[in-house]
Design a protein around this ligand. Structure first.
Ligand code: DLL
Length: 431
């Protein structure tokens, strides 16, 4: 284990730490963040009311919507000057959701990343290639600092340029990669086109993947194609980034670092907490974040608390099932989250756009591809006006999504309706 003492705490000690840290977080939010103060007041709770972990139920929940409403600095619990880093993820509409970090936050994030990476086999001496994006996305830098802290040789390639990734893997003798699961399969495909056999010609035998739901069968496929020990890492920008939890090599599911987070599962329609083995929405409370602590953040991810006592690996932290999917209409394109509202926000700026649009998600080889179908608002859009609308929409969508979608402008009424209603998202990947 990376941190044997903290990863194998007994239940009583975990609960004690959680309660202490929860009290501190609640007080900090009450005193420094007007949004939380008024949410507490409207529920009739004050920091003094938090006496046991059961009192968590009395606290308000927050969602991405609240982050957007308080964009950019409204949820800060420290002066902006104390923040040393900003990341952002897709918002539910046009605005990104922003997260800020103090130096202490970055240290805590690195600690949980180290636990996950160590659990997944990373050691000093490894050559660790980090393929998620560097920048506002938390993936690249999250893996990067964890890898360096463990003492591995980190290769910060970031996304894209797959041929170069493969050449580097071969030349540097990369032993472990981090990435988005589907990208691991894409690399293997490109490698075989280049005449590189990933099993024979490369030394990559360990992988850690996350940022989107991937099935057990996908995990098996990646393990087989690469002859690799695969691990699943979970996280989100609002809770530092990757590193909230990870699967060990023994038990099922993901260990969630309970000295940094409280995990609840709720019924997404009623908000009521659910018991072990009952499937629902993951709700997370941060316990160590200082710049932007999050109380009962509704992740929209579906999972369940596993009914287990401890784990063969010796870690005592609660396990949840691997994430099954989401309970809202967001979807992921190669790890980048897309909310239909973001796309709609762009489309609605243009009067030439008609009544209906549809987001078609498909596989292009191992990678995901998004096509935005848009109906024009006139009967027969001139070819050149359709083309120029496609161009501007492409430009705006690329800016807001952070990747290149395909855009097709079509005549009115050409997108299929069901009971008169358009289907906003047509996900053909599972077919
Ligand atoms: O995706 C952080 C991350 C980067 C995690 C790299 C793991 C690896 P966001 O862009 O804020 O942050 O998206 C967070 O991604 O609520 C889930 O819906 C999804 N997600 C993240 N990890 C997993 C996973 C990063 N292991 C959202 N399995 C989350 C399933 C995941 N879904």
């Amino acid at each position: 284990m990376w941190n044997r003492r903290l990863e194998s705490l007994d239940r009583e000690s975990i609960k004690k730490i959680q309660l202490e840290r929860l009290k501190l977080t609640v007080r900090r939010l009450y005193e420094n963040v007007p949004f939380y103060r008024s949410a507490f007041k409207s529920r009739g709770v004050s920091p003094d009311d938090i006496r046991s972990l059961d009192d968590l139920k009395r606290l308000p929940m927050v969602s991405k919507h609240d982050l957007r409403e308080n964009y950019p600095f409204g949820l800060l619990a420290v002066p902006r000057e104390e923040c040393v880093r900003v990341h952002a993820s897709s918002g539910t509409t046009g605005k990104p959701t922003l997260v800020l970090y103090t130096r202490e936050d970055l240290q805590n994030w690195t600690e949980i990343m180290c636990r996950c990476l160590y659990m997944s086999g990373l050691r000093r001496g490894d050559v660790f290639q980090v393929t998620p994006g560097y920048g506002l996305f938390t993936g690249g830098l999250g893996f990067h600092y964890g890898g360096e802290a463990i003492g591995a040789t980190v290769v910060p390639t970031g996304t894209g340029n797959t041929e170069r990734q493969i050449n580097l893997m071969r030349d540097l003798g990369t032993t472990m990669i981090a990435g988005i699961a589907s990208y691991a399969l894409h690399i293997a495909e490109v490698a075989s086109e280049m005449g590189v056999d990933v099993k024979k010609d490369l030394q990559v035998r360990k992988g850690i993947f996350g940022a989107e739901a991937w099935s057990d069968s996908m995990m098996k496929k990646i393990s087989d194609v690469w002859d690799m020990d695969c691990h699943d890492i979970y996280g989100m920008s609002e809770m530092y980034g990757p590193g909230v939890g990870c699967n060990c090599s023994h038990g099922e599911g993901l260990h969630i670092w309970e000295d940094h987070f409280i995990v609840e599962i709720i019924d997404p329609s009623t908000g009521e907490p659910l018991g072990p083995e009952e499937e629902g929405e993951v709700v997370l409370t941060s316990l160590t974040k200082t710049a932007m602590p999050m109380l009962r953040f509704r992740t929209r991810d579906m999972s369940k608390l596993l009914d287990t006592n401890g784990c063969e690996c010796g870690r005592t932290h609660q396990r949840i099932a691997r994430i099954k999917g989401r309970c809202d209409d967001a979807f992921s394109i190669n790890g980048v989250k897309v909310f239909p509202g973001q796309v709609e926000y762009v489309l609605m700026k243009y009067p030439e756009v008609g009544m209906n649009y549809q987001l078609v998600v498909e596989k292009a080889g191992a990678l995901d591809q998004l096509t935005v179908l848009v109906e024009a608002n006139c009967k027969s859009p001139q070819d050149d006006s359709a083309k120029s609308l496609e161009k501007v929409l492409f430009r705006d969508l690329r800016t807001i999504l952070g990747f290149q979608p395909r855009v097709r402008v079509l005549p009115p009424m050409s997108i299929e309706r069901r009971d008169g209603k358009a289907r906003r998202v047509l996900d053909l990947r599972m077919k």
